[in-house]
Write a protein of this length. Structure first.
Length: 108
């Protein structure tokens, strides 16, 4: 399924789409936390990144009920998006390394 999707859409298009999705997800979280939780813009962005990266330093937390509900949904969606992005990135890099290794091995 993965290869047929790549063949149909193109790897560059998939990366572009996933990159845009990551940026939009961070943007949505940043705007939400700024307006609903009252975080400064930088704190809202910081909290969005820390939340999606599942770091959770504990220095900030949502205080409102809508903020808590949004955060749970944001974690589920955002972690899935980031996991897909990095999984594809690492898979492509590994495939390139294997291909280079095999080409080098065949040259010897």
């Amino acid at each position: 399924m993965y290869q047929s999707l790549v063949d149909e859409i193109g790897l560059k298009s998939i990366f572009l789409y996933l990159t845009a999705l990551v940026v939009v997800t961070l943007g949505i979280g940043t705007v939400f936390y700024h307006y609903v939780e009252g975080f400064s813009w930088i704190d809202a962005y910081y909290f969005s990144v820390v939340t999606l990266a599942t770091v959770g330093y504990g220095d900030m937390a949502p205080r409102t009920v809508p903020g808590k509900i949004f955060t749970t949904l944001y974690i589920f969606a955002g972690v899935g998006i980031l996991a897909t992005y990095f999984s594809l990135l690492f898979r492509v890099r590994a495939e390139k390394r294997i291909k280079r290794f095999e080409e080098h091995k065949n040259d010897a």
